[in-house]
Design a protein around this ligand. Structure first.
Ligand SMILES: [Zn+2]
Ligand SMILES: [Zn+2]
Length: 318
């Protein structure tokens, strides 16, 4: 799809700046829609069932009734970013393995499995909230090596920090007064891709990553801790739709999922989730200035993803 578009410098309410440049034609076949193969032998994988003794002692797991194998599992990171034993870098670093199946990616899971995955994130974020030394739960996923994953068995990481990072402080300031995310439906700069009863899936005005998308609640909800089971199930559905659309359109790209939850004990916040494909390299301009060059405009992303959803038979139902 060719856009009649001049370059445009954009800045959003979080201070993120990008130059959206005219795009070349984008077609789905620009990307190879094949899943990278996982090469490791599952019998040697630390995260596979049967090798539980190779990880540090387990913290939690989900097992469905009548199943002998767990559905997901949490344990401390063997090579942590922070540790309860480190005076100068206190915290907890946990790994959540989302499926026992070595060869599946997140988009291969069912809505039910994604629900139990989110439920486990909620459980862990809640459990650590009781520790008053911890200020911020950083939850993210690195999918495929180019996005930072060092082990190929799909997993999510939870880093519980003793401080609120600067970027989160900016988010907190912006979202606690006249919250722009509450008004996002009326903001034409954020083209919608899909919505369910309580959540949006849209393209942000200033994408820091090519084909970046956001998922967020329509209401001013601070954190995953504030979602009841019904909302968690709805979030699982729309998250899966978003990841499947991304994998299908971009051909299983390396990507991150960034869960922007409120800092601990902060009630005034609007949580959101960004999906950030890592298909374009940052170069000098990005590293020097933080200004991102992006040739995929949000309108283009929304239009292309909508067509993809339509082809899959998924249309906005609300
Ligand atoms: Zn494995
Ligand atoms: Zn809000």
């Amino acid at each position: 799809m060719q856009e009649d578009f001049e370059g445009e410098i954009r800045r959003d309410f979080f201070g993120r700046t990008a130059i959206i440049t005219p795009s070349r034609a984008f077609r789905p076949h620009d990307f190879v829609p094949t899943k990278p193969t996982k090469k490791q032998d599952p019998s040697k994988c630390f995260f596979c069932p049967g090798n539980e003794n190779l990880t540090p002692p387990e913290i939690d797991r989900t097992t469905l009734e009548g199943q002998s194998v767990w559905l997901n599992r949490v344990f401390p990171n063997k090579f942590p970013a922070v540790s309860e034993n480190w005076a100068k870098a206190y915290g907890f670093h946990e790994v959540l393995v989302e499926t026992p199946d070595h060869f599946k990616t997140l988009s291969d899971l069912s809505t039910k499995e994604i629900y139990f995955y989110l439920k486990m994130i909620q459980k862990r974020v809640l459990a650590r909230s009781k520790n008053k030394k911890l200020k911020y739960p950083s939850v993210f996923k690195n999918e495929w090596e180019a996005a930072g994953a060092s082990l190929e068995h799909t997993h999510t990481q939870l880093v519980f920090l003793p401080f609120v990072p600067d970027y989160v402080k900016i988010q907190q300031k912006v979202l606690s007064k006249n919250c722009p995310l509450c008004k996002i439906a009326k903001n034409k700069k954020f083209p919608q891709i899909y919505s369910s009863k309580n959540f949006w899936f849209l393209a942000p005005f200033v994408p820091k990553y090519k084909f970046e998308t956001w998922i967020l609640p329509k209401k001013h909800i601070a954190s995953i801790l504030d979602l009841n089971d019904e909302l968690l199930k709805e979030l699982a559905k729309i998250l899966l739709i978003a990841i499947r659309t991304q994998d299908s359109y971009l051909g299983y790209p390396p990507y991150n999922i960034l869960y922007h939850f409120a800092p601990y004990r902060v009630k005034n916040f609007h949580f959101h989730i960004s999906l950030t494909p890592r298909i374009a390299k940052w170069a000098g301009l990005e590293h020097q200035t933080g200004v991102i060059l992006n040739s995929a405009s949000p309108n283009l992303v929304a239009n292309e993803y909508k067509l993809n959803l339509k082809a899959e038979g998924i249309e906005d139902v609300w």
